[in-house]
Design a protein around this ligand. Structure first.
Ligand code: DQA
Length: 147
């Protein structure tokens, strides 16, 4: 089973960006980790990153059309992008799984991060475990697909 892992704005800067919040590992490291976790779970994982809202929306449309499950870290778009939310809603409405992930725990940070407009249309959300949030999301997905 193929799974698309989509990372939103500024996640390409992992390792450089606020390492005290997001850690010292790079986006390339995340790609390697997620891909190998996927393989271990019997999933074919493809990771993409974009700072561009319209590109992310297009990738979600593609997932719907291809019948691909999604792990999505919407980054800052989490908190205000109704366009991304409407695209994410099409994924779950199509009967596909969409797991929202965050490296940090937005609930423990600034007030503006408390609201996720994506979480309301996601299958579920995993936050606060660094790269391990992705492993947990992929594991949840594989478990759900096996049952
Ligand atoms: C994030 C949390 C968001 O609030 C933030 O805007 C990000 C990253 C995370 O993975 O912890 O860019 O999605």
């Amino acid at each position: 089973t193929g799974v698309l892992v989509l990372n939103g704005p500024n996640l390409g800067r992992l390792g450089v960006r606020e390492p005290e919040v997001y850690g010292a590992a790079s986006h390339a490291d995340l790609v390697a980790a997620a891909t190998s976790w996927g393989t271990g779970l019997g999933l074919t994982v493809e990771v993409r990153q974009s700072d561009d809202e319209s590109e992310l929306v297009g990738w979600l449309h593609g997932a719907v059309d291809a019948g691909t499950h999604v792990v999505l870290n919407p980054a800052a778009f989490t908190h205000y992008s109704y366009a991304l939310r409407d695209a994410a809603a099409q994924v779950t409405s199509a009967g596909l799984l969409l797991v929202e992930v965050h490296l940090s725990n937005p609930a423990a940070r600034e007030n503006f991060r408390r609201l996720s407009v994506i979480g309301e249309v996601a299958t579920g959300t995993i936050a606060g475990f660094g790269f391990d949030s992705y492993r947990l999301a992929l594991t949840a997905l594989a478990t759900r697909l096996a049952t």
